[in-house]
Design a protein around this ligand. Structure first.
Ligand SMILES: O=C(O)[C@@H](CO)OP(=O)(O)O
Length: 249
């Protein structure tokens, strides 16, 4: 049996401010740091030690991973970072408040932007300050790789090939793998892992800093998936992600 643990980063400053984040490199809040510590403690009780870890090039995920590994005295294990695990690029929505955006464009439009399979957000243009190539960490990206605003489908198109070529070989070699990423890059991965339909994916919301343990068969088909920790608390956290506007009221 193979094992992989997926973790979304802890609460970020823009999660707290209810703003579309995407590739904006915002930090964790104090609560987010605390959540990451808790995730590390939960993994400490996990009977199998993590052997190798993967994360994005965004600090909210990198720091969450470091806090987790530090709790478990595993900062020494091999760690790989890639932009391919970044949050989905939220285009011209990045920086906007989600509740204000819903008031302007309607709740249904925002729901489609946030959770549908193939509706992309409003896009940025190359002269936008948010154009990824202005940031040196994305200098190596080729033009077709540079996102202007990604749907979940577009996100799958970069996350899944990375999963298959860089992560799966380690899983098949018997390593216990940790992936610390983002709400939508993890939804992309989970959609494909669990074969979730384009219609059902709209209902999948990933709580912050809750370790998601998968046990996989030899074909890497999930035998089970388990959100670690107190299940009532996990559900509360899922509700916060599903209805971000509601918690601000
Ligand atoms: O803003 C974002 O980048 C994501 C994750 O925080 O938000 P949402 O849950 O709305 O997809």
């Amino acid at each position: 049996m193979h094992r992989v643990v997926l973790v979304r980063h802890g609460e970020s400053i823009w999660n707290q401010e209810n703003r579309f984040t995407g590739w904006t490199d915002v930090d964790l809040t104090e609560k987010g740091v605390h959540e990451a510590f808790k995730a590390g403690q939960l993994l400490k009780d996990f009977p199998y030690e993590v052997d190798i870890a993967f994360t994005s090039v965004l600090k909210r995920a990198i720091k969450t991973m470091n806090y987790i590994l530090d709790q478990d005295d595993l900062l020494w294990i091999p760690i790989y970072k890639s932009w391919k695990l970044n949050e989905r690029h939220y285009g011209a929505l990045q920086g906007l408040n989600k509740q204000e955006t819903a008031a302007k464009y309607g709740e249904e439009q925002v729901r489609l932007w946030r959770r549908s399979f193939d509706v992309p957000p409003l896009k940025i243009t190359v002269d936008d300050d948010r154009y990824p190539q202005r940031d040196k960490r994305y200098k190596e990206l080729t033009e077709p790789e540079i996102p202007l605003g990604e749907s979940l489908k577009d996100t799958i198109a970069r996350v899944v090939p990375y999963w298959e070529s860089e992560i799966v070989p380690h899983i098949k070699a018997g390593k216990n793998v940790l992936v610390v990423a983002h709400g939508n890059s993890l939804r992309a991965l989970m959609k494909v892992l669990e074969n979730i339909s384009d219609e059902d994916i709209i209902d999948l919301n990933i709580p912050t800093a809750v370790p998601i343990l998968y046990e996989l068969d030899d074909q890497l088909r999930p035998l089970n998936r388990h959100f670690l920790g107190d299940q009532e608390r996990v559900q509360e956290k899922i509700n916060v992600v599903a209805n971000p506007g509601k918690i601000m009221e």
